[in-house]
Write a protein that binds this ligand. Structure first.
Ligand code: PLP
Length: 464
């Protein structure tokens, strides 16, 4: 198909010129953006078309792990339209039909969780979680238990508090000073084992959390926030025994566990939520991207009844309840989109499909690892996978950033969109990532592996 004009009849070149001159693109250096970035104009399932009419297989779910149910879902568009003509907005202090319906349906997939607090981005959902911890600290611990621990390589958002709670050095650089009393603890990437003992890595990595708690003082630590499987920090699947030990440590020190499911939630990893792969019960779960698959901006901070109760009015406490609001947490189109999105995931068995297709994808990548020594590690769960590229499998020296850039560019030439770590971590911009929509078929998965194989071959040939 060709798309030389948009709905207003404007020539695509005019629109591109407007873009190059006036739009400030996210995470893109100006010099690159001014040369022109792709303009995608249509999507269907896992397929995208750009303004030149070229077709792509999107293995990124919209670039940043968003479009879980795929592009072009008329059913969601209709649900949003119906809601908008019925009632578009009223603040979240009042009840609404889609908010009530979505909360009830979502919680069926989250045993032990009880309350849904709406907002409109992943950062905001995490910011709410932090504010809950801080207010609980003031209401119940005389201002103690206010520190929040986060893990090296995890990312929790773009605001100053959430970025300050993110363990990604290049993302943080030049933005400090941050909100005080967010404390980093070591990562749990087994491929980059930072301890001398090769055995029991999961236990050692969890004990590093406990050492941080002991150093800061358990009376000062209110919560720990973690991604169940680290996304932007390099698709880090936790080592054996890690989560169970982390849960036990948090319980023993009376520390709340905040699970950042902004990426992993809603089926991405082959379970409804990433934490459900492990024997662990969080106190707060945040989610955003797959909640409405990008059909609307919506996020949720989901808590246990205990957290909700701790934040209600108490005798003698004149400041009372959780005094927080998100204007667009009351956007009914978002809730309607989320309800429709969830209905699709249930009806089409997309969580199960993510698990099955994810296994096939990892197997395909393992075959590529047998062929290309540059592949140092393959990891992932469900339709959420990463490939770490190294100079040498023994030293594990990361390849230069130019290599993943060349592979991603070659993939794009061949019609496949893939992700990469993109300088969020000093030293580890050597990881390719893959997260196709959860509707991916056997043919889609095989196509992704074949095109990637071709891209590796082409790039390796050029590099000699
Ligand atoms: N948490 C994780 C794990 C993320 O990957 C992201 C964004 O990529 C966020 C939070 C922030 O979400 P948002 O960009 O919607 O604010």
């Amino acid at each position: 198909m060709t798309a030389l004009t948009n709905h207003d009849g404007q020539h695509i070149d005019t629109l591109k010129a407007y873009d190059q001159n006036h739009v400030w693109h996210h995470l893109t250096p100006g010099a690159a953006a001014e040369k022109g970035v792709s303009m995608f104009v249509r999507g269907e399932g896992l397929r995208l078309w750009d303004s030149e009419g070229k077709e792509y297989l999107d293995a990124t779910a919209g670039g940043v792990w968003v479009t879980n149910v795929g592009y072009g879902r008329k059913e969601i568009a209709d649900a949003v339209y119906q809601q908008l003509i019925e009632l578009n907005y009223f603040a979240g202090s009042m009840a609404s039909k889609p908010a009530a319906q979505f909360a009830a349906k979502l919680l069926q997939h989250m045993p032990g969780m009880s309350r849904v607090y709406y907002s409109s981005s992943g950062s905001e959902a995490n910011e709410k979680a932090f504010k809950m911890v801080r207010q609980i600290s003031h209401k119940h611990y005389q201002g103690k238990k206010h520190k929040i621990l986060y893990r090296e390589r995890d990312y929790h958002g773009t605001t100053l508090a959430t970025l300050g709670a993110s363990g990604q050095s290049e993302r943080r650089a030049q933005f400090g000073p941050f909100v005080p009393d967010f404390i980093e603890f070591p990562h749990c990437c087994e491929y980059r084992n930072q301890y001398s003992d090769a055995e029991n890595y999961g236990l050692q990595a969890a004990e590093a959390l406990e050492q941080t708690i002991l150093r800061e003082g358990p009376d000062n630590v209110g919560a720990v926030i973690l991604e169940p499987i680290t996304a932007g920090g390099g698709i880090i699947t936790p080592p054996e025994g890690y989560w169970e030990k982390v849960g036990e440590i948090c319980k023993r020190h009376n520390i709340l566990l905040i699970m950042d499911e902004v990426v992993c939630g809603l089926g991405r990893t082959g379970q409804w939520f990433g934490y459900q792969h492990y024997d662990i019960q969080p106190d707060i779960v945040t989610m955003a991207k797959g909640v409405a698959s990008g059909y609307a901006a919506i996020s949720c901070t989901v808590t246990t009844e205990k957290i909700y109760t701790l934040l209600q009015e108490a005798p003698g406490d004149t400041l009372g309840y959780f005094r927080d609001i998100s204007t667009f947490g009351g956007c009914l189109a978002g809730q309607a989109a989320a309800l429709s999105n969830l209905t699709i995931i249930e009806r089409e068995g997309l969580v199960e499909n993510s698990a099955a297709m994810g296994e096939r994808l990892l197997n395909g990548f393992q075959r590529l690892a047998a062929k290309y020594p540059i592949i140092g590690d393959v990891r992932g769960k469900g339709l959420f996978a990463g490939i770490e590229l190294v100079e040498d499998r023994h030293t594990k020296q990361p390849v230069d950033e130019a290599v993943p850039i060349a592979i991603a560019a070659e993939c794009k030439k061949l019609g496949l969109l893939i992700g990469r770590t993109n300088r969020s971590l000093t030293g580890y911009n050597n990881i390719l990532n893959f997260s196709p929509a959860l509707t991916a078929t056997v043919q889609d998965i095989d196509h992704i592996v074949d095109l990637l194989d071709q891209a590796f071959e082409n790039v390796m040939q050029v590099q000699g």
